[in-house]
Every structure is written in structure tokens, then in C-alpha cells.
Design a protein around this ligand. Structure first.
Ligand code: AMP
Length: 172
């Protein structure tokens, strides 16, 4: 197990009863933990650096921006509704109760751009699939997705598009 994995703090019943929240802020606060976690997330993309890392609000921003800087790629944000100032496209996705929406600037990705999607935690996979749809609708080629922690019990991987590599730095 990497050293940084012991820094992930589990917070029971946050933000709702029965959810065990994976709090990655202690990893970010630790200089070696942060560097090693970014290294682990960057490793699969070093030999074929994408044009951009697409980070999902909000913790995905932290990792995607660090990966972009580390590998010499761009960073593109996928945001919650109403946050991006210019024209956007949107993708709705199901939550356990109800639905949610993510947006991306309509001109964020040139057609044919090679991108990697980034988030901190993969749970049911709905968030990552919504970001996939946004990038693909712009004509980008999604060459992969990378998350720090996968929660295998929630089976997000089984609902992921099998043709696109999904890299996880840690199974939790
Ligand atoms: P999902 O769409 O179900 O895969 O949920 C993934 C998104 O929700 C990510 O953006 C995570 O940051 C967040 N998330 C879901 N479950 C957890 C959890 N147990 N701990 C921390 N973040 C979570």
C-alpha cells in the first residue's frame, strides 16, 4: 500500500447517514503524500500525454490541475450548473435519489482533442459517465479516466465504458 493511502480519512455518515466519506484533504496537506498521489495518477499517461485533463468539480479540479502541470497538458473544468460564464453544454445523470447536472464550456475542447477525465473518488460512476458524455459530444477523444480511489462495492467500474481505460491509484 502506498504511504499516502493511510492518510485518507474515513468520515462516517457524511454528508448523509450510512455514507462513509473518503476525505482526501489529509493527503493534500502532506507534501510527500500529495506528490506520490499525483505520481500514481500520472503514471499511465506519461508515455502518451493527453492534450488536456478534464477535472470534475470540485476535488477533481485539484488532481486534474496538478496532473496537467506535471505532464505538460491543459486543464478543462467540468462544473456544477450555473458556474461557467460562457456558453455551456450540460449532462444530467441519476443519483441514488433524484438527479444532478454537470456542465462544460461549449468551446472547451477542440474536436479530436485527446483528453483524460479526472476525479478523486469513483463510486457509482454516474459523475464520470456524465463527464464522458460532455467530452465526447464536443468531438474529443477520451483516451482514459483516472481517479485516486475506487469504491469497488458501488460497482462504478461495471457501468463504465469497457473500451476506455479506467485507472485507479487505490481500491478502497
Ligand atoms: P459517483 O457518481 O457515484 O461515482 O460519485 C462520485 C462523485 O461523488 C465524486 O465526485 C466523489 O467526489 C463523490 N463521492 C461519492 N461517494 C463518495 C465517498 N464515499 N467519499 C468521497 N466522495 C464521494
Amino acid at each position: 500500500m502506498p504511504h499516502w493511502s493511510s492518510l485518507i480519512r474515513e468520515v462516517p455518515d457524511f454528508p448523509k447517514p450510512r455514507i462513509v466519506f473518503k476525505d482526501i484533504t489529509p493527503v493534500l496537506a502532506d507534501a510527500r503524500g500529495l506528490a506520490d498521489a499525483i505520481d500514481a495518477m500520472a503514471a499511465p499517461w506519461r508515455d502518451a500525454v493527453p492534450d488536456a485533463f478534464v477535472g470534475i468539480e470540485s476535488r477533481g479540479f485539484i488532481f486534474a490541475a496538478a496532473l496537467a502541470q506535471a505532464l505538460g497538458a491543459g486543464f478543462v473544468p467540468v462544473r456544477k450548473p450555473g458556474k461557467l460564464p460562457a456558453r455551456t453544454i450540460a449532462s444530467d445523470y441519476a443519483l441514488e435519489y433524484g438527479s444532478d447536472r454537470l456542465e462544460m464550456h461549449a468551446d472547451a475542447l477542440p474536436a479530436g482533442a485527446r483528453v483524460v477525465l479526472v476525479d478523486d473518488v469513483l463510486a457509482t460512476g454516474g459523475t464520470l459517465r456524465a463527464a464522458l458524455s460532455l467530452a465526447q459530444r464536443q468531438g474529443a477523444t477520451v483516451v482514459g479516466a483516472t481517479v485516486l480511489v475506487e469504491l469497488p462495492a458501488l460497482a462504478g467500474r461495471e457501468r463504465w465504458d469497457a473500451g476506455i481505460p479506467l485507472h485507479v491509484a487505490l481500491q478502497g
